[in-house]
Ligand binder design. Sequence first.
Ligand SMILES: NC(=O)c1ccc[n+]([C@@H]2O[C@H](COP(=O)([O-])OP(=O)(O)OC[C@H]3O[C@@H](n4cnc5c(N)ncnc54)[C@H](O)[C@@H]3O)[C@@H](O)[C@H]2O)c1
Length: 372
Amino acid sequence: MRDPFNVVFIGAGNVMFGSPEGAWNQALRWEQKLGARLNMLAIVDPDLPRVQRTLDGKRGDASLRNSYANTEAFSAVADLVAAYKGKEDTIRAIVVGTPPAFRGGLAKGTDIELQIIKAFPKAQLFIEKPVAAGSVKDAYTVGETIESDGNRIVGVAYMLRYLKAVGHIRKVIAERGLTVMATHARYATAYNAVAKPFWWDKSLSGGPVVEQATHFCDLSRFFGGSVVPGSVQARATEWNEPAGQLAKMLVDESKIPEEQRIPRVTSANWKYESGGVGSLLHVVAARSRFFADGHLFKLEDPYGKPLLRIRTPASDEEETLTFPGDDPFYSEVDAFVDAVESGSSQGILSSFKDACGTYELTWDIRTASERK
Ligand SMILES: NC(=O)c1ccc[n+]([C@@H]2O[C@H](COP(=O)([O-])OP(=O)(O)OC[C@H]3O[C@@H](n4cnc5c(N)ncnc54)[C@H](O)[C@@H]3O)[C@@H](O)[C@H]2O)c1
């Protein structure tokens, strides 16, 4: 094989290998980016039968067989570490896609990144969002630790930053010297397709803002900049209120402790350091808006066929832009692999430390929404 690119996946769930839930599927993008160069050294997941089913599928496909021919399955990072004693540097990149409760922390059982950087000092890291499910302070410490040597390439999977439509908005803002005055993000989840029990349990996922609306909080920060500490105000509709009743849940919520059940609606607003204002409504429809002096940028359907509407002071007519074939999941892997090969993080749009800023914002929203 020409110049193989050795990768390890930690987690073998939906985000890594795809599901009917959505377009995410890390493996597919790594296969597209690297083709025959992809060499999947190992997959780590306590659900070994799931790993085996995945490997059987990959090996059954002639175009992928070689990439997965020698993939080893491990049930824990400790087993990977033990197996790679003496050949640590053969791993070029590690993609971490477990539920957040197992990573982004300092305590045992939540410290996947710290285990990895200790055992594999030369491996580059691509990490799923959100960066953690525990303390914000600990997440920042993890970020500082993994980025401390300055040489490690680290990317976080805030893929909406890689949308061409988002790049276009940033270009127009920069070219016209605009300042973002307000961001307004709305998102609704098709909850009747979410069958993962951890998603419905705040103690495991952090809740729907921390776990999911995080993408829109992150995009808001990408445009609005740093959020003023303590400025977040929020309200929620809780699971036990009349407006919070759901008829089509796929999980049995009675098994989740009442205090860990997720809110159904969260509405929040905050101030940016620039003086601008941000707002989020997690429930109704996937729409995001960014306002800048005389300009209005509306980004619709970011997960599907992104549509960007721009209004400028020059006209009442909206300019509508589409971006056929744009795949931010591919673009984030493309940028990460290019960074690993070039040694420069320049193309990576989401660093761990910056992603901690989004994590902090989502926790501030959750905490404010739970205030009685
Ligand atoms: N960027 C996106 O658009 C996007 C989309 C979906 C999910 N995600 C994120 O990906 C993460 C995983 O979500 P998912 O949908 O794949 O969940 P999932 O439940 O489908 O899969 C998680 C997998 O992780 C495994 N796992 C649990 N603990 C582990 C450990 N300590 N080490 C290794 N594997 C472990 C589980 O056995 C399971 O197979 C979450 O943080 C989620 O927010 C991101």
